[in-house]
Structures are given as structure tokens and as C-alpha cells.
Design a protein around this ligand. Structure first.
Ligand code: SAH
Length: 257
């Protein structure tokens, strides 16, 4: 199975004691946009609820599959690594991560088994005994004067970081340049083009006594970076051929005059 798929299935978002059902729906939507689907609810105050459905929009499948638990311990019982998200810096003996580091940790841990990201109540957050069930705390480094994000928005930040970490962990695929319908020109085709480019620059007296190497070096870098395809190289060579022809005509005229 695709390791990225395995990882997302092992990542659980846990909402503890959520007060506003709309936040549960918005969290489900935040998850689904980032490719996550495992939602666990610990003693939500009102659920199911029409506000949750409304805020979930197209993520009603995530809501429908959400599991319900009486306690946080029950919701994370089968997880190997649990991180609690807190709006405040708390003096707790827990490793504290920023979201990006937490996402990297989470993915590393997900290779071994289930992991959970836990979010607290809107008014009071997570209780200390709940944080004590966690291996780490995660704090979004928000404005210190006003650091408490809306619950679903905090879920969105973490889900986004998980997605970026997952995408980065995928084996790199060559990114085709937009608009390429033909394969990139071969090494030999590029070298043929460079020979013609050098001849053309001579013919139009581009260097004016300077050594040609410096300009050619920069032009080579530019064209190699652009990775033109075969058709584009033919077009460029057509332009050069015309320039060479004009230079020959001008030279012949100069000889005559
Ligand atoms: N007044 C509460 C805020 C709760 S906000 C408190 O001080 O704890 C609801 C939940 O959103 C929090 O429990 C936490 O899980 C998450 N959250 C909000 N802001 C956050 C932040 N800056 N960093 C990490 N999590 C945050």
C-alpha cells in the first residue's frame, strides 16, 4: 500500500469535550481538505447536531465515521504517540513542538503505529490530567497577546502541516514543465544548439572583442535551466539560422560597398 495512505489512516484527530457542534463540523472539513479522515470525539456536549452537518459541508462522511468515546484514554488507547494541542504555554513536563516539528514527529511515529493529535475544549482547553496522557504538547506560535485560535482553525493548521510533511515524504517524481508536449531535448540536441548559438554570436559580432566564454557560459546556464523540448530547440535554431543568414547578407553587402 502507498505509505502516504497508510500514514493518513494512522493519524487520528481527537476533539475533547467540544462545546459547539459547528466546530466539530468545521474540524471535519479542515481534515478532509488535507486528506485526513479519522475523527474521534470525546464526550462532545452536543452531537450529532445540525450545526455540525452544516459546517462540515462536503465532509459529512468524516462526521458519519467519527467514533465517540467517554474519555480521552479510551480514544487514544491503541495509539503509539499522542500529542496534545494547547493554546497556552503550560508548565508541564512535556516536550513541546511547533506544528511543523510535530507533523514531522507524527509521520515518523505513524510508520510504527497509530498516532493522535488531541484538541481541547473551546473555553478551557485540555485539562492537565488529559495532557498527562500525551507524549508531547503542540503549540501554534500565535500572537502571545491573543494566542487562542478557534478550535477548527487550530485543527486546520495541524492538518495542513501534516499534509505538507506527507507530500514532502513522497518519493520525488520528476515534475514535467508545464506545456511540454514533447520530451526535453537530448544532450546532443542541446550541444548542437549551443554550437550554432556560438557561431551566430560571432557572426553578429556580439562579443565585440570580449572573450566569448563568459557570455556562452551564462547562456548555456539559462537554456539548460529552461529545459526546452525538441520543438522549442528547432524553433530557436530557426531563429539563429535567420540571424546567420542576415549576417551573411550584411557582410556581403559590406564587401560590395
Ligand atoms: N481558552 C482555551 C483555548 C481553547 S481553544 C485555552 O486557553 O486552552 C480550543 C483548542 O484549540 C485548544 O484546546 C487547542 O487544542 C486548540 N488551540 C487553539 N489555539 C491553539 C494554539 N495557539 N496552539 C495549539 N493549539 C491551539
Amino acid at each position: 500500500m502507498d505509505p502516504a495512505v497508510t500514514a493518513t489512516e494512522r493519524i487520528r484527530i481527537v476533539l475533547v469535550g467540544t462545546q459547539h457542534p459547528g466546530n466539530i463540523g468545521a474540524a471535519a472539513r479542515a481534515m478532509k481538505t488535507m486528506g485526513l479522515s479519522r475523527l474521534a470525539l470525546v464526550a462532545p456536549q452536543r452531537f450529532p447536531h445540525a450545526d455540525a452537518e452544516a459546517m462540515a459541508a462536503g465532509a459529512d462522511d468524516v462526521l458519519a465515521a467519527a467514533t465517540l468515546h467517554d474519555t480521552l484514554a479510551d480514544a487514544v488507547a491503541d495509539c503509539r504517540w499522542v500529542a496534545g494541542c494547547t493554546a497556552r504555554d503550560r508548565r508541564i513536563a512535556l516536550a513541546q513542538f511547533a506544528p511543523r516539528e510535530a507533523a514531522a514527529q507524527a509521520l515518523a511515529q505513524a510508520a510504527e503505529g497509530g498516532i493522535a493529535l488531541v484538541f481541547g475544549r473551546e473555553r478551557t482547553g485540555l485539562e492537565n490530567h488529559e495532557l498527562q496522557l500525551c507524549h508531547a504538547a503542540v503549540h501554534i506560535p500565535a500572537n502571545p497577546e491573543y494566542s487562542s485560535l478557534n478550535l477548527a482553525q487550530a485543527v486546520q493548521v495541524l492538518a495542513y502541516e501534516l499534509r505538507i510533511a506527507l507530500l514532502a515524504a513522497r518519493p520525488a517524481e520528476p515534475t514535467p514543465s508545464p506545456g511540454h508536449r514533447e520530451p526535453p531535448a537530448s544532450h546532443a540536441q542541446m550541444e548542437g544548439f549551443f554550437v550554432q548559438l556560438a557561431e551566430t554570436l560571432d557572426a553578429i559580432d556580439f562579443h565585440k572583442g570580449r572573450t566569448p566564454e563568459a557570455a556562452m557560459h551564462k547562456l548555456r546556464r539559462l537554456f539548460l535551466r529552461a529545459q526546452p523540448d525538441e520543438r522549442e530547440v528547432r524553433l530557436l535554431r530557426g531563429v539563429l539560422a535567420d540571424a546567420q543568414r542576415m549576417a551573411r547578407l550584411a557582410a556581403a553587402r559590406g564587401d560590395r560597398d
